[in-house]
Design a protein around this ligand. Structure first.
Ligand code: FES
Ligand code: FES
Length: 220
């Protein structure tokens, strides 16, 4: 059994006699009644349990609480509350970026870290210009959020909400004394009806077979 102190949303919690096999997600939900992080799959597949640890997004179902003594942990409750929403939380509201809301805490935690990653010019898997990643491209946002599943398929509005905050925050952003290289590409941001970007396999298929190249609304 372990004794540790966890700093969650700027409050310290001391846990005595904790089974060292307990995940951070279970500590939050079952021991501390911090229920913002959701348990979807409990296997690192859905992203519903995403929280921030020292500013980085982490699946809390895949990490043990005993590994985080002294770390700064933030859940959705630490980003904003109903009367003091963060800009991203407000954007999710404004863009109607949820239905049931089960995935939303994880989506917003993940997107909060995404915005910092874009501001730091971190490339993603689909970045073509590693020296100058354009985090505002639909493909970029989609790839960077690919670890967060929404069973209600609210993806179009989720992308729109993130896109709006990215536009606001990357303009004239200064990182470590240097202007951020993140740029806004006109026409690349999302508006109106959104469809997922085609996969490489879809792009490489012959164009005469139109039925096989159609991108469906299912984001798999
Ligand atoms: S509950 Fe952690 S990724 Fe699904
Ligand atoms: S809003 Fe229902 S799972 Fe995403």
């Amino acid at each position: 059994m372990s004794t540790l102190t966890l700093s969650i949303n700027k409050l310290d919690y001391q846990l005595d006699n904790l089974d060292p096999r307990t995940t951070l997600l279970d500590v939050c939900r079952q021991h501390l009644q911090i229920t913002g992080p959701k348990k979807g799959c409990d296997h690192g597949q859905c992203g519903a349990c995403t929280i921030l640890i020292n500013g980085r997004r982490v699946n809390s179902c895949l990490t043990l609480a005993v590994m985080h003594d002294g770390d700064e942990i933030t859940t959705i409750e630490g980003l904003g509350l109903p009367d003091s929403l963060s800009e991203l939380q407000q954007a999710f509201k404004d863009h109607d970026a949820f239905q049931c809301g089960y995935c939303t805490p994880g989506q917003i935690c993940s997107a909060t870290a995404l915005i910092e990653e874009v501001k730091q010019n971190w490339p993603s898997y689909v970045t073509t210009d590693l020296q100058n990643p354009d985090g505002l491209l639909v493909q970029e946002i989609s790839e960077r959020m690919s670890g967060n599943i929404c069973r209600c398929s609210a993806y179009p509005n989720i992308i729109n909400a993130i896109s709006q905050v990215l536009e606001n925050t990357t303009k004239n952003e200064v990182v470590d004394g240097k202007a951020s290289k993140a740029t806004i590409t006109k026409g690349s941001t999302v508006s109106g009806i959104w469809s997922p970007p085609p996969s490489e396999a879809q792009l490489s298929k012959p164009t005469q077979n139109k039925a096989s190249t159609t991108v469906s609304g299912d984001r798999s």
